[in-house]
Design a protein around this ligand. Structure first.
Ligand code: HEM
Length: 477
């Protein structure tokens, strides 16, 4: 078949043997993809067994394929067992018209709830203020030792929970939060590459107890995450609770209001409680760990680069009139150095070593190369963010690259690109900006003990993991 270039493949196994060898030899998935890119160009093909997998490692081609021709690539390759559990409902783990409707609704509901504007800003700042008050209360001789992963996990978890179900995690709710994290970790641990591709009938026939465990843990996590919404729905039915369609206070209220409207209009509505359960699950799972991991990775870099922090603080102090007010989203237009620093954090943190594949349903052309239906394709975000044609000396943490060439800011795509890009992009960007900027403004932050590592702790896996064991010393300025 004519496809973008790539290593010569063998029958049945394709390029799996070369892929495994290069991942081992280069010490990670991203360096292996980067090696293929250097050898075959920004668009290359790897055969994973009988399925050709096209990786795109530059921004221009990703834009051409996933934005200009985006309608052709809107279906995500979904592990069969995911589809079995989700029944094609929800946002992340679904394809087709119901998923498209949920995506449209979610983006609109977020916009109506002030995402990217002052309302969302206030939710984030309120949460940050509460957490900072805890840090200050724990200070001994002006210094508090903070376990960054625990701090950001809970802060980000609280923001997302309050947006979804109107409830932040108070100190007494920590167990509740930890239970959610535990269920998520249990599901992730149990789920392997094997479950990613194996058909459901095969799992059921040959590994029935494993299959039941995978399904049970997903269902348990979803039921736990959506219990608040289900309880509210029961109260809605008995009249104990009513929704305000004009000014919903959280996502569940917006959804229940839409559900009521739709039910009067259309008996075959996609707005059901079953679907809500998956939408909430997807928003929580896709939104909490990603943002928290980016913040942890970011502070691991920042504490190793005090000069960069000094420059950020100088800029923030100037913008906020010597810290007389918190840094706000409206300041983004002026905070060029902080923006560049956050872009560099996201380029390094680039949370996916292997991006989610999209299905190619009809024959198409990518950079002049024909690609047949039946292939899978993606913007390979990890490799794209270390492409040294664009990002010179890519291993270096160097925010100045985005000041020297402002166009680079639009060439990093940590939230993906096109019809299935991240729906939480604006929320995450607001959280990163407000949390990083205001923490730098309020505290002098140093490593507690040795400096953190900025290496990927799991370079052989699909997701990037920063050093999550780090403790930092926060000294109030
Ligand atoms: C720094 C934080 C975040 C990063 C780096 C990130 C990154 C991503 C990426 C790379 C994708 C896949 C895009 C693709 O397949 O092309 C994605 C999808 C998604 N993200 Fe995020 N995300 C972040 C935060 C969030 C937040 C805060 C939420 C929710 C509140 C969220 C919800 C989702 C959902 C629901 C999808 C699936 C969209 C769809 O399939 O249509 N993400 N995200």
């Amino acid at each position: 078949r004519k496809l973008p270039p790539g290593p010569v493949s063998l029958p049945l196994i394709g390029n799996i043997h070369q892929l495994v060898y290069h991942i081992w030899n280069e010490k990670g998935v991203v360096p292996a993809f980067d090696l293929f890119r250097k050898k075959y160009g920004d668009v290359f093909t790897i055969w994973l067994g009988p399925i050709p997998h096209v990786s795109i490692c530059n921004y221009e081609t990703s834009q051409e394929v996933f934005v200009k021709n985006g309608n052709k690539y809107k279906d995500r390759f979904l592990p069969p067992v995911y589809l079995h559990v989700s029944n094609n409902l929800g946002l992340f783990t679904a394809n087709g018209p119901v998923c498209a409707e949920m995506r449209k609704f979610t983006l609109l509901a977020f916009r109506n709830m002030g995402v990217g504007r002052d309302l969302m800003e206030q939710r984030i700042l309120d949460e940050l203020n509460t957490r900072c008050a805890e840090i200050d209360a724990d200070a001994v001789n002006g210094k508090t030792i903070v376990h960054t992963t625990e701090f950001f996990d809970l802060t980000v978890g609280s923001v997302i929970n309050s947006l979804l179900v109107g409830k932040r995690f108070e100190a007494e709710d920590k167990d509740d939060f930890l239970e959610i994290k535990r269920l998520m970790a249990e599901a992730a641990d149990l789920f392997t590459m094997f479950d990613l591709v194996v058909p459901v009938w095969f799992l059921k026939s040959f590994f029935p107890s494993r299959f039941e465990r995978v399904v049970a843990i997903f269902e348990k996590a979803l039921n736990y995450l959506s219990r608040e919404a289900l309880a509210r729905y029961e109260k809605l039915k008995t009249g104990e609770y009513s929704v305000n369609a004009e000014d919903p206070q959280d996502f569940v209220e917006a959804y229940l209001a839409k559900m009521e409207q739709e039910r009067l209009r259309d008996s075959d509505t996609p707005y059901t409680m079953e679907c809500l359960k998956f939408v909430i699950g997807d928003l929580w799972l896709a939104g909490q760990d990603t943002t928290s991991t980016t913040l942890v990775a970011g502070f691991n870099h920042l504490v190793k680069n005090p000069e960069i922090v000094r420059k950020c603080r100088e800029e923030i102090l100037r913008i906020t009139e010597n810290g007389s007010r918190p840094l706000q989203l409206k300041d983004r237009a002026e905070s060029h150095y902080l923006n560049a620093t956050i872009a560099e954090i996201q380029r390094h943190a680039s949370i996916l070593n292997v991006n989610f594949w999209r299905l190619v349903h009809e024959p198409t052309t990518v950079q002049g190369h024909p690609v047949d239906s039946g292939s899978v394709i993606c913007a390979q975000l990890g490799a794209l963010h270390v492409n040294d044609d664009l990002f010179k000396n890519p291993d270096k943490f160097y925010p100045e690259r985005f000041i020297e060439n402002e166009q680079l800011l639009s060439q990093i795509i940590p939230f993906g690109i096109g019809k299935r890009s991240c729906v939480g992009e604006n929320i995450a960007k607001s959280e990163l900006y407000l949390m990083i900027g205001n923490l730098i403004l309020r505290y002098d932050i140093k490593p507690h003990g040795s400096e953190p590592s900025t290496e990927d702790k799991l370079p052989y896996s699909a997701g990037k993991t920063p050093d999550k064991s780090v403790k930092l010393e926060f000294v109030k300025l």
